[in-house]
Design a protein around this ligand. Structure first.
Ligand code: ADP
Length: 162
């Protein structure tokens, strides 16, 4: 039995979709590391430190879940953590192609590390951090999609950027 799973991603910022997935992973694995990717090429809205802090707050009550960050290849990070499983989410068929390519690339890099896909509850299957940021910019109420403290941070961030 594999003890440790890594859920890597941008989490820019964390949404209820991500949290739903973390809970599902937590039901299967005794240890889940949510790993925030540095990926500066994606020009994230939140810094790594901010994304980690929001995730820590969002997962504070979840036993066995820790939050970390990593630069470089996720496979190298998984090896460093001695984890054999990567968790990724599949919301819709549109996620499939990108996730499929990434999972096969990672398998090529290390055939001993397996990617497992989880589906969120259908009420979160259309949720993405990118769309939420656009909706926040237009003043939408986001309370169904992200925790209050994430919404506050997001609105503060967007006010600063205009
Ligand atoms: P990345 O830049 O690595 O895609 P994201 O934070 O956008 O980072 O997503 C991380 C993972 O979480 C991806 O596998 C993505 O499909 C999944 N994910 C994102 N939003 C949701 C959601 N609403 N429900 C389930 N999975 C999600």
């Amino acid at each position: 039995m594999c003890q440790k799973a890594i859920y890597p991603g941008s989490f820019d910022p964390v949404t209820y979709g991500h949290i739903d997935l973390i809970k599902r992973a937590q039901d299967i694995f005794p240890e889940v590391i949510v790993a925030v990717a540095h990926n500066p090429q994606k020009k994230p809205t939140f810094s790594v430190k901010e994304r980690v802090e929001l995730l820590k707050k969002a997962t504070a009550d979840l036993k066995g879940v820790t939050v970390d960050d990593f630069g470089g290849l996720v496979i190298d990070y998984a090896r460093k953590q001695k984890a054999k499983v990567l968790i990724r989410g599949l919301r819709m068929i549109s996620d499939f192609e990108y996730e499929f390519q990434m999972a096969l690339t990672n398998r090529k890099l290390d055939p001993h590390i397996e990617t497992i896909f989880l589906m969120p509850h259908e009420s979160y299957s259309y949720l993405s951090s990118r769309l939420l940021k656009e909706a926040a910019f237009l003043g939408a109420d986001l309370s169904d999609f992200i925790p209050d403290f994430v919404e506050e941070s997001l609105k503060k961030k967007l006010r600063k950027s205009v």
